[in-house]
Design a protein around this ligand. Structure first.
Ligand code: GLU
Length: 376
């Protein structure tokens, strides 16, 4: 066993995400054998004293199966209806099998807004931590019945990475029908090799991610890499492994290597900065000149009004904004210390003139360093 993976056994808080193809058969009927294996492994981790959280897909697929639809529903109302029916089907099965092992589960359905609104984000965290305190295993899915496209995260890989950051989990398992990230598509190329350890998501790695594999799920390697990137910056180890492999969680935790591990970066973002970078909604843009771009990127400075050349969008104090350099590229994201209309009036001015220009002054800076994340 590698020294690195020994740390897996010390982890206390574990998020496991399972994809549609591992929960349902292609006809939409639940794969009870697979679900039973998964639940047994989760309860085993729970019995070792770990806090376990399950992110499950499969509601839309199970609902489509129950409603007799062929394939994945196409229109939004059909997806919403399928999710409403299928979520109940899924929970009924989880509830039943977890109960056989004496463990209570709690259904938590989230939408993008539960992450993008800071207060709802903190509320969700409190609710999940309270479930842990009561010894309950939270079973999470996106609230597909109410989440129409513009407020949707859309895939549970990204959802599970945000959840892992939300509860400060140490490890995130993305279980699906693939063993991990390969150097080529193993279905087509016999020379394809499994990449066991990833320390940085480079453009070469991104190129290896193909399209979504199965007909019912929405994810694929692309969304898994997005999820891994978020997790790496949040201090969470991410593992991609095959759901159908016998005792897969136990084996990976014991150090077996037939999986891909994405190792967290050394300088993880603090919780608030993770939220700014990955969860919050961007409400507008602030354009800055060359000097300000240099001060932000190279010198770790705050953004002062003197470096601001323009504003786009309508936002309030406290909203997340994107900071754009003179080349048009996003430099950073941060929380605005002034509204868009106020910044319009103080752009290009010295901080000492803010009070005169606005009739009031909250801060010297337009975006404070502590509320800013450089482009990731
Ligand atoms: N939330 C969707 C469902 O339960 C799954 C999304 C995904 O496949 O990642 O059907």
């Amino acid at each position: 066993m590698g020294e690195q993976t020994q740390v897996f056994q010390t982890f206390k808080r574990v998020v496991v995400k399972v994809g549609t193809s591992s929960v349902n058969y292609p006809n939409g009927k639940p794969n009870l054998f697979q679900i039973e294996c998964l639940v047994r492994q989760l309860v085993d981790l729970y019995n070792q004293g770990k806090e376990v959280l399950l992110v499950t897909s499969g509601a839309v697929g199970a609902g489509a199966g129950k409603l007799g639809l062929k394939g994945r529903p196409k229109t939004i109302p059909e997806k919403q209806a399928a999710a409403a029916v299928g979520q109940g089907v899924l929970m009924h099965i989880y509830e039943k099998i977890f109960a056989e092992y004496g463990v209570a589960v709690g259904q938590v359905l989230l939408t993008r807004e539960d992450f993008s609104d800071r207060r709802r984000f903190l509320n969700a965290r409190n609710a999940l931590c309270t479930l842990f305190r009561f010894g309950v295993i939270p079973v999470i899915n996106e609230n597909d019945t109410v989440a129409v496209d513009e407020i949707k995260l859309g895939d549970n890989d990204n959802l599970s990475a945000l959840v892992a950051g939300l509860v400060d989990a140490e490890i995130l398992f993305l279980l699906s029908d693939v063993e991990g990230l390969y150097t080529a598509d193993p279905r087509k190329d016999p020379a394809a090799r499994l990449i066991e350890d990833v320390y940085e998501i480079t453009p070469e790695i991104e190129e290896l991610a193909g399209e979504a594999g199965s007909t019912m799920g929405t994810g694929g390697m692309t969304t898994k890499l997005q999820a891994a990137r978020v997790a790496m910056h949040s201090g969470v180890v991410t593992v991609i492994a095959a759901a159908e492999k016998k005792d897969v969680l136990r084996r990976v935790i014991a150090g077996e290597r037939d999986r891909t591990v994405f190792w967290p970066l050394e300088n993880k973002l603090e919780n608030k900065k993770q939220w700014i970078a990955y969860s919050s909604t961007v409400h507008g843009k602030i354009f800055v000149d060359k000097g300000a771009a240099r001060a932000l990127s190279g010198q770790g400075k705050s953004l002062l009004p003197s470096g601001v050349t323009g504003v786009e969008g309508v936002f309030e104090l406290g909203n997340t904004v994107s900071i754009i350099g003179p080349d048009g590229q996003e430099l950073a994201r941060g929380l605005a210390s002034y509204s868009s209309s106020e910044i319009e009036k103080i752009k290009g001015a010295q901080s000492k003139d803010i009070a005169r220009l606005l009739g009031h002054k909250y801060y010297d800076e337009v975006v404070h360093r502590n509320n800013m994340v450089m482009n990731l």
